[in-house]
Write a protein that binds this ligand. Structure first.
Ligand code: NAD
Length: 469
């Protein structure tokens, strides 16, 4: 049984206490994670603070090269990291699983490395010259969830260090091991203290959001936790980027070919077993093609292999943890009790002994049922029949979240005009959830604050300084 260390100031630091990290496929213990104390957190923040003056003053070209080196390090250890993600997270090695996650982390790191933070001349005339410069903030606290542990940590770490900040990252207690190992590996290409890693329970995250030594929190996780972080960051006026929960609606217009869109709809909803922020979480289908779309989705669900992520043939794995499993089960049971019709899936015969939950489709539902109104974050998709496009836009928008959405139609113009009326940070036409490093991602309403990716996302890791000459 491997015992993992904290990573502080470029060193592996043993912790005073540990906790078990379990494989959701079979309940076996994958490793022992360090349970950081508040004193350990102080040490990590002190290491990041000590590294900041020199790192923020490091020439831009060297920081850029270091970010590329981080990406190359991920590539060199891709299989090791992918297996560790599969072991602790449950997702398969294959498909849109852990190898894909590590590949995505590399792509994001390379792209972000090449972004520039050039000064902008706002005015240059007889009255004077005004320049806008961007400066690093200081120590960034990164707090990440359990669904894409390595990729999301990289989404925080690379723009933070590219802009000259130093980092303390705290992964989810459900999936800490791949982040610890990743931080250990990238420390080989970074100066000590630039990226540190502490793990422990939620208390460590809470302590980070009040810590006077941390200038910004980059948080990806649930809207509930995001609100707590925002409140506890207020006394020190920390900069915040909050990437929070979603309840993305997909609207299928009546002119779609059900066969042609079924795979896209299915993977929009079931990527990572639905445990994805911008997954399709409510599907509105026009009554003219509702039954055919349901039949096609059931066919995709039936041919999708679910199993232990280490088996090369698995395309979906288990739900990551018991709490989430019970939540999905309860939402589906409740939907069926409210008149929902189970088309595929539902809980396995022995839910107590297993976290495997088959891809589940439930129709004959409407807004007002929790499976529709709330984020399920698991492999259960509610399908809602509609007749009127105006009314369905209102129903899609009738939700406190506003992360993503999608509109499906061969008529791209008609789909775009519906898309423009959805109150979400991203909208896809004939696909769902396809994020990329050159396009900003933001949640509107209660799905977040600030944004990630691209030049705009990099700027979130800076303060603005304007020089008047
Ligand atoms: P979570 O909010 O329970 O936990 C996320 C992280 O916050 C963990 O590291 C946890 O230990 C930490 N934490 C918990 N309580 C804290 C507190 N009081 N202060 C500071 N940190 C605290 O979320 P989760 O269950 O790990 O992840 C699932 C959620 O994340 C879903 O709602 C999903 O939509 C969202 N998510 C959003 C995005 C996005 O980009 N918008 C991406 C992935 C996941």
């Amino acid at each position: 049984m491997q015992t993992y260390p904290l990573i502080i100031a470029g060193m592996s630091v043993p912790a005073g206490a540990h906790f078990e990290v379990r494989n959701p496929a079979d309940g076996s213990v994958v490793g022992l994670a360090p349970k950081a104390s508040l004193a350990d957190l102080d040490e990590a923040v002190a290491a990041a603070t000590a590294a900041f003056p020199s790192w923020s003053a490091t020439p831009d070209s060297i920081r850029k090269a270091a970010c590329h080196a981080v990406a190359d390090t991920l590539a060199a250890h891709a299989e090791e990291l992918a297996r560790l993600v599969t072991l602790e997270q449950g997702k398969p090695l294959n498909g849109l699983g852990s190898r894909w996650e590590i590949g995505g982390a590399q792509a994001w790191a390379h792209y972000t490395a090449d972004l520039e933070l050039l000064p902008k001349v706002l005015q240059d005339d007889n009255a004077g010259r005004v320049e806008l410069h961007r400066t690093a903030i200081g120590v960034v606290g990164s707090i990440t969830p359990w669904n894409f542990p390595v990729m999301i940590a990289i989404w925080h770490i690379v723009p933070a260090i590219r802009a000259g900040n130093t980092v303390v990252v705290k992964p989810s207690p459900y999936t800490p091991l791949s982040t610890i190992r990743m931080v250990e590996l990238i420390n080989a290409v970074l100066p000590p203290g630039v990226v540190n890693c502490v793990t422990g329970d939620n208390e460590i995250g809470a302590a980070m959001s009040t810590h006077a030594g941390i200038g910004k929190i980059a948080f990806t996780g649930s809207s509930g936790t995001g609100k707590k972080i925002m409140a506890s960051a207020a006394p020190t006026l920390k900069r915040l980027t909050l990437e929070l929960g979603g309840n993305d609606a997909g609207i299928v217009l009546p002119d779609c070919d059900p066969k042609a869109i079924a795979e896209g709809l299915f993977w929009g909803a079931f990527i990572n077993n639905g445990q994805t922020c911008a997954a399709l979480k409510r599907l509105y289908v026009h009554e003219r093609i509702h039954d055919e779309v349901c039949d096609e989705l059931v066919a995709v669900a039936r041919r999708t292999p679910v199993g232990n992520g280490l088996d090369e043939g698995s395309v979906l794995g288990p739900i990551q943890n018991r709490m989430q499993f019970e939540r999905v089960r309860q939402l589906v049971d409740d939907a069926v009790a409210h008149g929902g019709r189970l088309l595929s899936g539902g809980p396995p015969p022995d839910p107590e002994g297993s976290l495997f939950y088959p891809p589940t489709l439930v129709t004959d539902l409407d807004n007002g049922v929790p499976l529709v109104d709330e984020e399920q974050f698991g492999p259960a998709l509610p399908i809602i029949r509609y007749a009127d496009v105006e009314a369905v836009i209102a129903r899609a928008n009738d939700n406190p979240n506003g992360l993503g959405g999608s509109v499906w139609s061969p008529d791209i113009e008609a789909a775009t005009s519906v898309a423009r009326r959805l109150r979400t940070g991203s909208v896809w036409i004939n696909k769902h959830g396809a994020i990329q490093p050159n396009a900003p991602m933001a949640g509107v309403k209660q799905s977040g604050l600030g944004l990630s990716f691209a030049e705009e996302g990099l700027q979130e890791y800076t303060d603005v300084q304007v020089i008047f000459k």
